[in-house]
Design a protein around this ligand. Structure first.
Ligand code: SAM
Length: 280
């Protein structure tokens, strides 16, 4: 297949810069540039968009994003060893790649970018989930980003797109489904990565809806859902007891049987519950 750019193959880059993967940083690199270009295409039309890439590592996905025409990429990487390799990419795509050394969990990186903003990342699982929840729960909606294209363990991806009543349905599905259209767009076997992780991975693409499907305060909804699914086998009257002393009455008042379990509660019902809990 044709090369996506004039830069050297990633194996050479990794060897030249001594980028042996570190487990502590969740480093499983994608070295196939045709694959990273495919992930970049899954993010939608990048021409005319600014992209926030979290965890670029040696820059395989970064190169895919630039080759697919992103107006600008802001790449935030925690591992300083990767910066010289990323700098070489910045020089090959003048004025289009900005590199920030740091922890994506700190600071407001979206403030550096102009709309429309697409967020793309292949991150360690725990960081990815934490960031996803933050991106889904700003006070105001629509958010500053237009879409999220994120790599997860397949099992986590299934939790994000799960329907009510299913085993995978939980906090992530409610928060994602409330304000976004979410779907799995790619499946990747362990061998796609170097070193290969133990489990399969999947790319989830989320598009921000112009407004949430149902009215609710993001913080209250998040609190209700977290409690409900923290003890998912318990009845709602038990798992939500700490929220309000009159929780059984609140549930009955909006037509939810207090003996139901969280996994049977639809997003619409959770939103109604968040409104009722917030009301005096
Ligand atoms: N995007 C590259 C790829 O696809 O080959 C690297 C993926 S690797 C799974 C995850 C990357 O995220 C690593 O480069 C790691 O150093 C970086 N990383 C881990 N935690 C981070 C954090 N909190 N903030 C920014 N980058 C982080």
């Amino acid at each position: 297949m044709a090369a996506i750019d004039d830069l050297p193959p990633l194996r050479d880059v990794i060897q030249r810069h001594g980028l042996t993967a570190r487990k502590s940083l969740g480093q499983n690199f994608l070295l196939d540039l045709n694959l990273t270009a495919k992930i970049a295409r899954a993010a939608g039309d990048l021409t005319g968009a600014d992209v926030l890439e979290v965890g670029p590592g040696p820059g395989g996905l970064t190169r895919g994003l630039l080759a697919e025409g992103a107006r600008k990429v802001l790449a935030i990487e925690k591992d300083p060893r990767c910066l010289p390799a990323l700098q070489e990419i910045a020089e090959a795509f003048p004025g289009r790649l900005e590199i920030l050394e740091g922890d994506a969990l700190e600071g407001d990186s979206l403030a550096h970018l102009n709309s429309p903003i697409r967020i793309v990342a292949n991150l360690p699982y725990n960081v990815g989930t934490e960031l996803l929840v933050r991106w889904l729960t700003p006070d105001a909606w629509p958010p500053r980003w237009a879409s999220l294209t994120l790599m997860f363990q397949r099992e986590v991806a299934e939790r994000i797109v799960a329907a009510p009543g299913s085993k995978a349905y939980g906090r992530l599905a409610v928060l994602a489904g409330w304000r976004c259209e979410a779907r799995i767009v790619m499946d990747l076997p362990p061998e796609a990565f170097t070193p290969p992780p133990k489990v399969r991975s999947a790319v989830v693409h989320l598009t921000a809806l112009p407004e949430p499907r149902f009215e609710a305060d993001a913080e209250v909804l998040q609190g209700v859902v977290a409690r409900a699914f923290n003890q998912r086998r318990k009845m709602l009257r038990a798992s939500l007891k700490g929220l309000r002393p009159d929780i059984e009455d609140v549930l009955r008042g909006i037509g939810i049987d207090p003996t139901r379990r969280a996994e049977t509660v639809s997003i619409e019902e959770f939103a109604a519950l968040a409104r009722a809990v917030a009301a005096d």
